[in-house]
Ligand binder design. Sequence first.
Ligand SMILES: [Zn+2]
Ligand SMILES: [Zn+2]
Length: 340
Amino acid sequence: MKAAVVNEFKKALEIKEVEKPKLEYGEVLVKIEACGVCHTDLHAAHGDWPVKPKLPLIPGHEGVGIVVEVAEGVKSVKVGDRVGIPWLYSACGECEYCLSGQETLCPHQLNGGYSVDGGYAEYCKAPADYVARIPENLDPVEVAPILCAGVTTYKALKVSDARPGEWVAIYGIGGLGHIALQYAKAMGLNVVAVDISDEKMELAKNLGADIAINGLKEDPVETIQKKVGGVQAAISVAVTKKAFEQAYQSVKRGGTLVVVGLPNAELPIPIFDTVLNGVTVKGSIVGTRKDMQEALEFAAMGKVRPIVETAPLDSINEVFDRMIKGQINGRIVLTMQETN
Ligand SMILES: [Zn+2]
Ligand SMILES: [Zn+2]
């Protein structure tokens, strides 16, 4: 089968023929139709993070496709089902986190397109118990970004504890942010969208943002404090340290900053303000299988629709180049061509 392979960090991916994965007990083989390109894939290909991915690596954790083979022991999924293979590729099911509905914190988890091969390929295998069932009416290309960008932002909003009618600020209206905004609106929240281009402001308004702030033209913290008296929750999916600092300062007393984006930086938090204002700072990583089901349900009901652009698997290196230059609106989804 054809796959895009990272042989060495910071080098171009190689498009090559590799062996089709062989199934073990409880696994399914998925013929990938589409796989979204997440910023994490770029970090994986560059070996940017303290915990390195396996090498060689087939990245991708937004793979969607049809189950073409099931191994012994598979009960929940059958041949012909459309499924997604997410970042939470598997967890142990037995540790304190798995047992308490926090499987995303499982220390024994495997991660799709990182510690195991992912969806930048014609086929990908996965444990049946952890694949996401894709609702029938959804298009594989359009739904792919829900597998990571969708569930991640939906979960971040959930843990923010913001309630319908309250204000949230979303810093960064890119691949994750434009989806976060739609979940927030669908959840009955009022939204301030912050980014640094007029194009993103236009997009944010079209997606229903109540207030859109171009951070290059006005100070988002000042505007947010003046117009709504601070937000109940701020979600930072941006990739700059400054956005995280501003997100923190946008939160009102008793509010929450949810940290989602992963810039390679520290977040200095003023102790005095945090204590006196009773501010909570939380990290949030993807979502559980239950969160995934809920996130997909919003998409199935047409309440959340990722903006996607398709590109063939072979063009992944150009896609990464555009990602580095910040030239992507919404999400790029790779499509697999037939080679048989
Ligand atoms: Zn991702
Ligand atoms: Zn576990």
